[in-house]
Design a protein around this ligand. Structure first.
Ligand SMILES: C[S@@+](CC[C@H](N)C(=O)[O-])C[C@H]1O[C@@H](n2cnc3c(N)ncnc32)[C@H](O)[C@@H]1O
Length: 223
């Protein structure tokens, strides 16, 4: 068993958590340096899967498949996008280890293009965009424009799909930016050993907002 991280001493704390990320790590899980520090832990991916509505999730940022595998264990189907082919291949391999590869459609593309095309059909969206590496935690406040692609563009594109969507944000995220959007949301803190690791923000679909407005005010005016 390899006890020191193959990706360098600065990733040791992530390597030490590899079984929290993937309980079947020793069955041959594949990841690279970025995958090690950005994969979402198996138990947390399951919590998020239970909170996302519908039977088909569009996973906009697949990585090595941490979230996608968790979703596939609870949903009928998952569509996972990544603009890095190598990551998608690792995700497909990892999904096989969990016996869920048939439930995930892997697409090599830019999520912005996928959303702009409007060609895919799904019930909810999940965004786990890069935070710019482990140094994100050195920032006092993490703003929407520090995601890549820009979190504001992702939220706008997601709202246009008229589907509920979720965005994973770091602990130092500036929640005021979400309040100022003026749309209902809820926050789930994702924890390990009682401490917050990151948060998932859940947004309602625009259609359901319109229905709610109609019920409250008799009109479908969006804020
Ligand atoms: C934080 S990781 C996702 C981790 C994943 N949720 C998991 O649990 O394994 C972000 C991923 O987004 C991919 N990515 C970055 N920009 C992208 C874009 N514009 N479209 C699609 N994928 C992108 C990166 O290649 C990286 O694999």
């Amino acid at each position: 068993m390899q006890t020191s991280s193959p990706f360098g001493a600065d990733t040791q704390k992530y390597w030490d958590q590899r079984y929290f990320l993937f309980s079947r790590f020793d069955e041959g899980i594949q990841l690279d340096r970025e995958g090690l520090y950005s994969a979402k832990p198996e138990s947390i991916a399951s919590d998020i899967a239970r909170s996302l509505p519908g039977s088909c999730v569009l996973d906009g940022f697949c990585g090595v498949g941490g979230s996608a595998i968790g979703f596939a264990r609870y949903k009928k189907s998952v569509i996972s996008i990544d603009n890095n082919k190598g990551k998608l291949e690792m995700a497909r391999h990892n999904a096989k280890i969990y016996g869920v590869e048939d439930k995930i459609r892997f697409i090599h593309a830019d999520i912005k293009d996928i959303l702009a095309s409007g060609e895919l059909s799904f019930d909810s969206l999940f965004f786990d965009p890069p935070w710019g590496g482990p140094d994100y935690s050195k920032e006092k406040i993490f703003n929407l424009d520090m995601f890549s692609p820009d979190g504001r563009d992702l939220i706008d594109a997601a709202r246009r799909t008229k589907r509920p969507f979720a965005l994973v944000v770091p602990k130092n995220f500036n929640m005021n930016q979400i309040y100022s959007l003026g749309i209902p949301f809820s926050v789930q803190w994702n924890k390990a050993d009682q401490s917050n690791l990151f948060a998932t923000i859940y947004f309602e679909a625009v259609d359901s907002l319109q229905d709610k407005e109609k019920r409250t005010h008799g009109e479908g005016v969006l804020r």
